[in-house]
Design a binder for this molecule. Structure first.
Ligand code: C2E
Ligand code: CA
Ligand code: CA
Ligand code: CA
Length: 283
């Protein structure tokens, strides 16, 4: 049943385990917050990794860390079902800490095996407003002995653009420390494309909503082509997420996109299964 639930979610069907529209303070919501707090304490949060592969030479460019909740009775719960709750209940800071710590430990373990695998971690914009965040990232990097350039922080376009003035200082401090910034879900926000030049980001990730139907939709191809060109003109690397077939992979290569991520290559996997995937693909 756990696997079926997960499969249904991955297939994009609307399966809501937790209703994130619940009002603050309702008993049910408070119970869920308590459950999530316990989950953080009892290490029920597990990080999966999805490979990012370069379109030109098909080498691994890194992995994205995607958190899952291995719930004792509900099975594997996806992040869309608890990240919003964590954001509204003050649990996103400890959650981010857990994901950063596990991802960088994993990165260290790969380095010790001779594998150079940069990691990307999703960050809620709230983290950038937290005065201790830059220091927190520096401490985890130091503790694990991972070079800052091996860490990319993915920030969603809509969130970062809406609070740009307040985020700018933190973004510049992170970049000065050697950490990389990626603008996630690019194309879905309301900001103008030209705002991108104000962000100290080295990477743009085109949202999967533009990629999923690209093989058959000329308009999506036009949008993706325009984003690739703009990002390159601004000196940024372009990643496309949501590649589910070979034809889309080829079209993205034709458009000059740099890196691809999606089920066509691999689903997000627990670390041991990702290691097997890397061996099978001689990476
Ligand atoms: P995202 O950052 O846009 O991550 C990409 C999502 O697309 C992931 O969903 C991934 O499993 C899915 N995906 C990858 N390839 C394909 C594909 O070929 N086709 C389709 N249909 N989907 C694909 P996931 O893992 O459920 O994560 C959902 C969102 O939750 C993420 O979206 C991210 O915004 C958030 N999230 C995940 N982990 C964390 C975390 O540690 N911290 C925070 N703050 N947010 C997280
Ligand atoms: Ca992401
Ligand atoms: Ca996305
Ligand atoms: Ca997202």
């Amino acid at each position: 049943a756990e696997i079926a639930m997960y499969a249904a979610k991955e297939a994009g069907r609307d399966l809501r385990v937790f209703d994130s529209t619940l009002d603050d303070g309702t008993p049910r919501r408070l119970a869920l917050v308590a459950e999530l707090r316990d989950a953080l304490r009892q290490s029920e949060l597990v990080v999966y990794y999805q490979p990012k592969v370069r379109l030109d030479d098909e080498e691994i460019a890194g992995v994205e860390a995607l958190v899952r909740w291995h719930h004792p009775t509900r099975g594997i719960v996806g992040p869309d079902d608890f990240i919003p709750l964590a954001e509204r209940s003050g649990l996103i800071e400890p959650l981010t800490g857990v994901v950063l710590e596990s991802s960088l430990r994993q990165c260290r373990a790969w380095l010790d095996e001779g594998k150079h695998v940069p990691v990307a971690v999703n960050i809620s914009v709230r983290a950038l407003l937290d005065p201790g965040f830059v220091e927190q990232v520096a401490r985890v990097l130091e503790r694990t002995g991972v070079a800052p350039a091996m860490l990319t922080l993915e920030l969603t376009e809509s969130s970062v653009m809406s609070d740009l003035p307040r985020c700018m200082g933190t973004l510049h401090q992170l970049v000065a420390s050697g950490v990389r910034i990626s603008v996630d879900d690019f194309g879905t926000g309301w900001s103008s494309l030209s705002q991108l030049r104000h962000l100290p980001a080295s990477e743009v990730k085109i949202d999967k909503s533009f990629i999923l139907a690209m093989a058959t939709d000329e308009h999506d191809i036009a949008v993706v082509g325009a984003i690739v060109k703009l990002a390159h003109d601004l000196g940024k690397r372009v990643v496309a997420e949501g590649i589910e077939d070979k034809l889309t992979w080829r079209k993205l290569a034709d458009l000059g996109c740099d890196v691809a991520q999606g089920f066509f290559l691999s689903r997000p996997l627990p670390p041991e299964r990702l290691a097997a995937w890397m061996r099978e693909n001689a990476l």
